[in-house]
Design a binder for this molecule. Structure first.
Ligand code: ZN
Length: 141
């Protein structure tokens, strides 16, 4: 399901997330895809088309997240809420590994989100390795 998002609201969201995916932090400028406006609480679950419920997401994170709001934390095997980019801080839930290629979940929500959105899929690790060599990764915001 999609909704009309006013141009000014799109601009505010892009600015807030620095034109990067709110989940995997990929910079849109490094890709050949158009990033998408994701409803954090899905429209289908009553989420609204307002700043507080929208984030910028790469097409992969957006597809994998879909209408999910929870996932199982692989460590504790408990169902936990997925990361909420507007209410939570990325650095509280995730960090880059030593090479800045893999994302480590620091909390149950972080680990569950890394799994659910496949934020360390092999293709992404490969391309992040190239971006590190190019001096374009990880993002500094
Ligand atoms: Zn992403």
């Amino acid at each position: 399901m999609s909704a009309y998002i006013p141009v000014e609201l799109q601009r505010q969201i892009r600015s807030h997330f620095a034109d990067c995916c709110a989940y995997c932090r990929t910079a849109e400028s490094l890709t050949v895809t158009m990033f998408e406006f994701e409803h954090i609480v899905p429209l289908a679950r009553g989420g609204e088309t307002i700043f507080e419920n929208l984030c910028l997401a790469c097409p992969s994170c957006n597809r994998y997240k879909a209408v999910r709001q929870t996932e199982t934390d692989p460590t504790t095997q408990t169902e936990v809420p997925l990361f909420h980019p507007q209410q939570q801080s990325w650095v509280d839930h995730f960090e880059w590994n030593e090479e800045a290629i893999g994302i480590i979940g620091l909390t149950p929500t972080g680990r569950a989100t890394v799994d659910a959105l496949k934020m360390n899929r092999p293709q992404l690790l490969r391309v992040r390795r190239l971006w590190v060599k190019m001096g374009e990764h990880p993002p500094t915001f």
